[in-house]
Design a protein around this ligand. Structure first.
Ligand code: CP
Ligand code: NVA
Length: 322
């Protein structure tokens, strides 16, 4: 039996790999504005190829590790299906089924997991956990939601806007609700995709003050949803209590009662304004059932675009990794 002789000894290759500084996607700021626009275009092209049945499967044998410390429907299905459609394999890892849940340090886990796979996706609590994982990973790491940011959702939202209305540059976007991880990623998106962002949230639920201050040329925080929605091209909302805040649900429901995205609020936005929601949604809370179930809503397409946008993201990161 003959084996091809590797160019370098396996131990050398392994060492080189562990010393690599791969490119990560932890927030939208990890890519330049031009790269993000290119990525969105590529996502739409891959979507067309997927529908046409002309899709390539360039990543045969590549493995994506998916670490989920929080629940998920869209993120898990889109990453797993996307990796299969690219010709690769995705592996689901949860704290309950791995040593992460028994206290193995995230740094050790990162070294081990990344020595065996080609790319990693992590959904966790503190953003620092994703950063620590990335710092010790020899392969690209994608943030699939932390308490602070949800950049993958923004790729899908920006793709959806571009597909329906063209470039979002110079447009105005209104965020209604909690100053949470999605809101923070919208602040980053305002900078990277060049739009104005008006945030309407209840007192005490504002987004991170430093992030707002760093983007004060284009981000404005108010407590008046009606004023914030005036003339907006896109209105976006999210749940009032995020994962990990379930025990605050009742208190938040009272504080957010006047922050529902509904037909009345949309009547203040631009006539052709879109509205979005990352989902899962609570009909009758942050968004009316009427808007959720409207036949022309783009919300379902927004969710589907997670698949296409993340395939473009995986492709970009794997090609960069060589
Ligand atoms: N929008 C989103 O990330 O959904 P999941 O929590 O279902 O993944
Ligand atoms: N803000 C929500 C987003 C869910 C996709 C959460 O963190 O639970």
């Amino acid at each position: 039996m003959s084996h091809s002789i590797p160019k370098e000894a396996p131990e050398q290759a392994s060492q080189q790999r562990s010393q690599r500084r791969p490119r990560h996607f932890l927030t939208l700021l990890d890519f330049t504005p031009a790269e993000l626009v290119q990525l969105i275009d590529r996502a739409s092209a891959m979507k067309r190829e997927h529908y046409a049945g002309t899709e390539q499967r360039p990543f045969h044998g590549k493995v994506l590790a998916m670490i989920f410390e929080k629940s998920s429907t869209r993120t898990r299905v889109s990453f797993e299906a996307g990796m299969a459609q690219l010709g690769g394999h995705a592996m689901f890892l949860s704290p309950e089924s791995t040593q992460l849940g028994r206290g193995e340090p995230v740094e050790d886990s990162a070294r081990i997991v990344s020595s065996m796979v080609d790319i990693v996706m992590i959904r966790t609590y503190g953003h620092d956990i994703a950063e620590r994982f990335a710092a010790h990973s020899s392969v690209p790491v994608i943030n699939a939601l932390t308490d602070d940011f949800h950049p993958c959702q923004l790729l899908a939202d920006m793709q959806t806007y571009a597909e329906h209305r063209g470039s979002i540059a110079g447009r105005s976007v209104c965020w209604v609700g909690d100053g949470n991880n999605m809101c923070h990623s919208y602040i980053n998106a305002a900078r990277q995709f060049d739009f104005e962002l008006r945030i309407a949230c209840p007192q005490g639920f504002e987004p991170n003050a430093e992030l707002v201050a760093a983007n004060r040329d284009r981000v404005h925080v108010t407590h008046e949803p009606a004023a914030a929605a005036e003339g907006a091209d896109l209105v976006v909302t999210d749940v009032w209590a995020s994962m990990g805040q379930e025990q605050e649900q009742a208190e938040r429901a009272a504080a957010f009662a006047d922050f529902q995205v509904n037909a009345e609020l949309m009547s203040r936005a631009a006539p052709d304004a879109l509205y979005m929601h990352c989902l899962p949604a609570h009909r009758g809370e942050e968004i009316s059932a009427q808007l959720m179930d409207a036949p022309d809503t783009v919300i379902w397409e927004e969710a589907e675009n997670r698949l296409h946008a993340q395939k473009a993201l995986i492709e970009t990161l794997l090609l960069a990794a060589g």
